[in-house]
Design a binder for this molecule. Sequence first.
Ligand code: F3S
Length: 410
Amino acid sequence: MRLTAEQQAMAAGSAGEAAAQAIAMLLAVGKAVEAERLIPVVSAHIVIDAVTLGEPGLRQVESLARAGGRFVVPTTINAVACDRRADPATYSGMARRQHEVLQAGIAMGGLATCSCNPIGQGVLPSFGQSVAWSESGTAPYVNGVLGARSNREGATSLASALTGLTPDYGMHRPESRRGDGLIDIAASVSGVDGFGLLGLHVARRWPGRIPVLRGLPPPQLDEWIAFASSFAIAGAAPMFHAIGLTPEAPSLAAAFPDGAPSPERVTDEDLRAERGRLESETGETIDMVVLGCPHASLQQLAEAARRFDGRRVKAGIDCVLHTSQGAYALAQAAGHVAALTQAGARLTVGEMCYGCDFRDSRFPDGARVATNSGKLLFVAPGSQGARLRLADAAACIEAAVSGRLARYNR
Ligand code: F3S
């Protein structure tokens, strides 16, 4: 790889031991993918949770902090394995260990956003800018919706945070971002649940391809995030286009400068079949309602509070909303947290969730769960033996109140 003089000096230790280790990691990756150079990133999103990293990974984060590592670009931190509202003095076991490593991340300059929904945290790149974001669901949003550039990063995002650099390959290269297949959306798609289901279906049916969607109804922000996170969890592609909606596909001709291929189609029947394939529960009785995977936004918390409308969660039902500290603080100021708590709902803040196999948040054996999250529908049955059904937020709240989830009629 060709390095600038400054990068060579960094590799030789001019910016300290941690930066030298980080650039060595980036060079190793760059060589493996045959990148020719390192390019700057404007931000990083890092995963330093105690579940994903395991003890060796946690020790590495601490060792980089001890070696004087400092993040040189704005760096947000993913959801962690401890309740961010709790007094750290009360932590034990994994939560205590997580707290220690989080402190190392903060000492290096990490922003303790503690959310798997970094899009909602406000540190966003502009069109064409490169970033190094981990958490699988973020890359399709960064690339597709924003027109910024990120590969699906892992530990390399930490190295990018310490150096402000990433190897120039994959999504950072214009030639890698072209659409691969035209898909007409002939289904009616709406809501976080509907866009999540569509993301799962497209990723499964056209694996690894960068799909170009035509006819997609304009999604709201939470719907985009639901689509991107589901699309990412069910497949390996880091990007999609939507004609007339995403910045690199303003028209069919722009998406396919050499001529559009014959379209394939997604119909309502396809999505009904996808739902049937993924749902692991068919009965109406439920034990739990889980909203907020990825972490619920202020708007989602407000909607849930409004839908309770003074009613309470039925005795014996566990109704959980996962959210970030930022959304929680805003919802608290607006009175939504009080409304949800008075309704008997439970909020987790900054924490990993039931989809993460996070020990403290495992589903009870055989729990019958209603959720509006396509991502959770995809990951939870396989990893935890829970029995899930997908429904929109309104139906989920009704289920929390009544204990029953009517058959989905879309
Ligand atoms: Fe977040 Fe857990 Fe879902 S950490 S994206 S709420 S699997």
